[in-house]
Write a new protein. Sequence first.
Lengths: 316, 316
Amino acid sequence: MPDCFADRLIEAIIARKAPAVVGIDPVYERLPESLIGPRASGETVTVEAASDALLEFGRRVIHTVTPLVPAVKINIAYFECLGAQGVQVYLDLVKEATQQGLIVIGDVKRGDVGHTAMMYAQGHLAGHDVIQTPEHFTPDAVTLNGYFGLDGIKPFIEASRGRGKGVFVLVRTSNDTAASIQDITTGNGKKMHEIVASLVDEWATTSETLGRHDYTSVGAVVATRNAEDAARLRAAMPRSIFLVPGYGAQGGRAEDFKPYFKADGTGAIIAAGRSVIFAHEQPQYRSKFGEDWERCVEQACRDFVSDLARVVPIPG
Amino acid sequence: MPDCFADRLIEAIIARKAPAVVGIDPVYERLPESLIGPRASGETVTVEAASDALLEFGRRVIHTVTPLVPAVKINIAYFECLGAQGVQVYLDLVKEATQQGLIVIGDVKRGDVGHTAMMYAQGHLAGHDVIQTPEHFTPDAVTLNGYFGLDGIKPFIEASRGRGKGVFVLVRTSNDTAASIQDITTGNGKKMHEIVASLVDEWATTSETLGRHDYTSVGAVVATRNAEDAARLRAAMPRSIFLVPGYGAQGGRAEDFKPYFKADGTGAIIAAGRSVIFAHEQPQYRSKFGEDWERCVEQACRDFVSDLARVVPIPG
């Protein structure tokens, strides 16, 4: 029986001294010129060439960040937009990162009910129970949309159980219009996302997977930029690890992320995506490393990790 | 410039005299024995064999129902669970149904924000703007999760615009635990799903695509089994066509669906999935047509359509 997902994640964080995850959300047009060559404005590219480029880029990002962070988060949207070939690249990168020893979070934000949710859970976590998918590596955890209530989450919790896998349920997102739904005040004075938070805590409590570090396999995606909300949510979901997007490209600074952690430094993993993988676009790295985009990625990843270390104590 | 999605859908409903959509959610284990042969308990099958069988089954279902209904709804979860090959089968079925002249709803329930939502919208509706995907047929409409607010929906509305495509935003689902989130009472006395409904109406109003039949390309997924809630939601979203799952296998009878329609018979399209595509499992069809599972599907589809016609006036 493998360890509880939360323990695996926390111990990987301790090993790398970094509560950090690199988001691999590549866009063909922004790949380094040294990888795809010069591209004329308006020029298009075949699916095959784009898929090959995304796979090569993703692999090299994974190899570059493996010594520095415990985990990568791969957003399937950036691959799914290429159709089946893109999905194959996503799965190949999940496999590559797994084989490198990284914890892999599939940022898929799936949500459906009953039997359909079970199909998604098999595809994204457990593997199919009738159809042989020998080469089909699945992530260690996935992000989920909780609008259906427990029915949409339970099949994933069950698929995680006994496999050392986990889920992160969307609680509060960081986008401009999130408040129009997630901050609606409910009859008992709580905001909508607090209701979802209390459900996540309930699901975490009943999911039988409290680990050595006192967290379960049921985590939450929390991305408010309001420190009070962050602290309130930290208290409301004591058994859930938070996956927190928004560092760097989305404007977040290390200080903003402190309230997501407990005093001992556990409780959250901070994601940086474009600010790391597209570091070659940033003058401070480009001027230093020129066309060597992997050095840019490496340095941006080191800077990300040390910026977090400034404000968050490393557990363990 | 193609017609508005709502007009295309309503005119297809008028042409077939059926506000009905067949849900193609196939599971390998339940495919007819005459298609996949006898299967020993516990026996597994290769991805290739399963993909071929799902493609053949889906194609034959599409050909069987094409003369009877205006649309099919294909749930990607049942294909995605096979990995990239399954996604290719999903796309092949979208193409097949499109070429047969059916309106195709991709039941993908995607939801993300900003640039990521744009990637999903390109993949599922518009096609990629830089990468050539010549063989990549996309559905006419997709289902979406609105938990992010407008940020998660707008890229899909924009991808629909000028293409005759549309979206259906989840408002109220039919599963047991939906109420734990969707029926939460908010500060102004409305339930959470009514807040989402009013946002959908706002998005529909501002989406510039009011068609000849007074609907826009922004529809809603509504599946409450409460007639009063259904009527209230019908009044709250006058410009949105409702996609209503739950006929047959999920227990809904034709009478239950009447409140989803306006008096003129427009306003909703009812989905039946397993009760049609797995009709070969049902004694009343099996006893009549034996191993001829396509005749079972055809008769179940006819029965579904005539049951609706009993209670809903056909528009036009």
